[in-house]
Design a binder for this molecule. Structure first.
Ligand code: PAF
Length: 284
C-alpha cells in the first residue's frame, strides 16, 4: 500500500488510473472496511483518504478529541486490499485559509443534520470536492463510495456531483451493524459500557417508528406528528436527548405524508446519549 502525504504524490500515483475512492476521517471500523471491499472491483486502484476535516466541525464539537488511530488504520487498510492511502497533513490540503467553499442547496442541507449542525454540509461538500480534485484530477474520473449511514451526506454529495457534472459515479454502501443492531460509527468509541448497551435503542426507535408508520398508513389512520412524538418521548424516557426522529421522503428528505408510497420513505434520527451524538436511519 502506497501512502501519499501530499497532492503531487497522490496525483503521480494515480495518473491514468481509474480510482475507486473511499473518503474517511480515520478511526476505521468494519463499516469503513466494507466500503473499501465494495470499492475494490469498481476501479483499477483502490484509494482511501484519512483526513479529519476541521471545516465540518462546529467550534464546540469534537475536532480535537476525534479519535486518531493511524497505526491501526494503516494495518486494517493494508489487510483489506487498499492500494493507495491518501493522508494529507492539514497544511497540504488547506495551505491557506479555505475561503472558496461549496454551499449545498439549503433545501437539502439546512434541514435535519444541517439544522442541528449549521455549516456542517458546507464543510463536508468543500472537503469532498477538494478530495475529488486530488483523487480524480489526474485521470478521467472514477467511482466514490459513501455509506448510507450518513444518509443526508450521501444525498448532498450525489447532488453536488450531478450539478457540477463531475465524472464520478457515486455508489452507496449499506450500513454495517453490530450484532445487536447498533450502526457502526467511529463515535461509538466514546460510549461507556453502559451507554454502549443502551445505544441500540436509537436504531430500535427508528425501526419501531417505520413499522408503526407503515401499519397506520395501511390502516388509513396515519398521524405523522403523533408517531414522531411517541418515538421522541420513548428515547427521552430512556435518558436520551434527541435532536430529531422523523420520517422523510427518500427523494428529497422533505416530510413524508400519507400519500407517499411505502418503499419511498426513510426514518432518520439523531440523538445524544451522554456526551455522544449518534445518527442512524432505516429505509422502508
Ligand atoms: O463521512 C465522513 O467520514 C466525512 O464526512 C467525509 C465524507 C470523509 C468528509 O470529511
Amino acid at each position: 500500500m502506497l501512502i501519499a502525504r501530499s497532492i503531487p504524490e497522490l496525483r503521480a500515483a494515480l495518473a491514468g488510473r481509474r480510482p475507486a475512492f473511499v473518503p474517511t476521517m480515520g478511526n476505521l471500523h468494519e463499516g469503513h472496511l466494507s466500503l473499501v471491499r465494495q470499492a475494490r472491483p469498481l476501479g483499477d486502484t483502490t484509494v482511501v483518504s484519512i483526513f479529519v476535516n476541521r471545516l465540518q466541525f462546529l467550534p464546540h464539537e469534537d475536532f480535537d478529541s476525534y479519535p486518531r488511530t493511524w497505526d491501526a488504520d494503516c494495518a486494517k487498510l493494508q489487510a483489506t486490499g487498499c492500494d493507495v492511502l491518501f493522508a494529507p497533513r492539514e497544511t497540504d490540503l488547506y495551505p491557506e485559509p479555505q475561503t472558496f467553499t461549496v454551499h449545498p442547496d439549503p433545501q437539502l442541507a439546512d434541514l435535519l443534520e444541517g439544522q442541528f449542525r449549521p455549516g456542517f454540509f458546507i464543510g463536508v461538500a468543500t472537503v469532498v470536492m477538494k478530495l475529488f480534485s486530488c483523487v480524480f484530477g489526474a485521470n478521467a474520473g472514477g467511482t466514490a463510495v459513501f455509506g448510507r449511514k450518513d444518509y443526508q451526506q450521501l444525498m448532498v454529495i450525489r447532488q453536488m456531483v450531478r450539478q457540477f457534472a463531475l465524472p464520478i459515479d457515486v455508489v452507496a454502501g449499506d450500513t454495517s451493524r453490530a450484532p445487536d443492531g447498533l450502526a457502526l460509527s467511529s463515535r461509538n468509541a466514546y460510549l461507556s459500557p453502559q451507554e454502549r448497551q443502551e445505544a441500540v435503542a436509537l436504531s430500535q426507535a427508528l425501526q419501531q417508528l417505520s413499522e408503526r408508520w407503515a401499519a397506520a398508513q395501511a390502516a388509513g389512520t396515519l398521524q405523522a406528528a403523533n408517531l414522531e412524538q411517541q418515538a421522541l418521548d420513548m428515547l427521552r424516557a430512556r435518558g436520551w436527548l434527541p435532536d430529531y426522529l422523523t420520517v422523510r421522503r427518500r427523494q428529497d428528505l422533505q416530510p413524508a405524508t400519507p400519500a407517499d408510497a411505502p418503499g419511498t420513505l426513510v426514518a432518520l434520527g439523531a440523538a445524544r446519549l451522554g456526551a455522544t451524538r449518534l445518527i442512524d436511519n432505516r429505509e422502508f
